[in-house]
Design a protein around this ligand. Structure first.
Ligand SMILES: Nc1ncnc2c1ncn2[C@@H]1O[C@H](COP(=O)(O)OP(=O)(O)OP(=O)(O)O)[C@@H](O)[C@H]1O
Length: 232
């Protein structure tokens, strides 16, 4: 169980997210929804340990996590940032190997597993990360995250800049992953259709705070409510 407890975070003096709390149980998929600039990425960075929290704490299995992002990754928290951040001058294979090494896992086995799950990546094993399409880069980012053998995956706007047909493929892939490996997923998004088909619950953020916590059933009954909060 991942727990974010009363987290406040900032880049400079101005607070960006304030008193944010949420829970993600084993094998659950939940979404963080909100329009541009409400603090979704800041929340994801705080959970990943990329941005230190000012107040509050992040816990896994009732234990406060160490501050460092690398240590959190080794504890099973994989983070796929907005924009994906793959290494553009390393090949697809090397990108996966680096991630596996970082967590002390067998790099060859990680690559073999990734290629089994993402045949499209195998076909591009020797292509530089920077030469992959947006959708392929997103798959590589997911493959890299999986090389950590995570208990929790944090995905920041995985559909951004990706064409609709690939978005549906990514949605299906994440659903499969969750069912087959039991990976819990917290996904920050603005794409309501994507998360409605994936998550069971969502937290709606506004101005750095969580304003609503809704089940997908509630959202399906009143999609206009969330559309309004997303400003679309
Ligand atoms: N590195 C940074 N330094 C200073 N301020 C930042 C930094 N990154 C984000 N901010 C500010 O923090 C606020 C929240 O940004 P954040 O990226 O968390 O929002 P978001 O909901 O993820 O939006 P988006 O969908 O545009 O990524 C914004 O006002 C943004 O300008």
């Amino acid at each position: 169980m991942l727990e974010v407890r009363n987290v406040t975070a900032a880049y400079t003096s101005a607070t960006v997210i304030e008193d944010v709390s949420l829970r993600l149980g084993p094998g659950e998929i939940k979404a963080v929804l909100g329009r541009n600039g409400v603090g979704k990425s800041t929340l994801m960075k705080s959970i990943a340990g990329v941005l230190p929290v000012r107040e509050g704490s992040v816990l896994l299995e009732d234990t406060v996590l160490p501050a460092s992002a690398a240590k959190r990754a080794r504890r099973g928290i994989a983070y796929v940032p907005q924009g994906r951040d793959i290494f553009p001058r390393l090949t697809t294979t090397e990108n996966i190997e680096v991630a596996a090494h970082a967590c002390g896992h067998d790099a060859k086995a990680a690559v073999a597993q990734a290629f089994e799950r993402f045949p499209a990546l195998q076909e591009r094993a020797h292509v530089m990360g920077g030469n992959l399409s947006g959708g392929q880069q997103q798959m590589l980012a997911l493959a890299r995250a999986l090389a950590l053998r995570p208990a929790v995956m944090l995905l920041d706007e995985p559909t951004e800049g990706i064409q609709p047909s690939i978005i549906m493929a990514i949605q299906a892939l994440l659903g499969d992953l969750n069912r087959s490996d039991g990976v819990a997923i917290l996904v920050a998004e603005q794409n309501l259709d994507f998360v409605t088909g994936l998550a069971s619950e969502c937290y709606v953020m506004n101005r750095g705070r969580i304003e609503r916590h809704l089940s997908m059933g509630e959202i399906r009954q009143d999609p206009a409510l969330v559309q309004e909060m997303l400003g679309v």
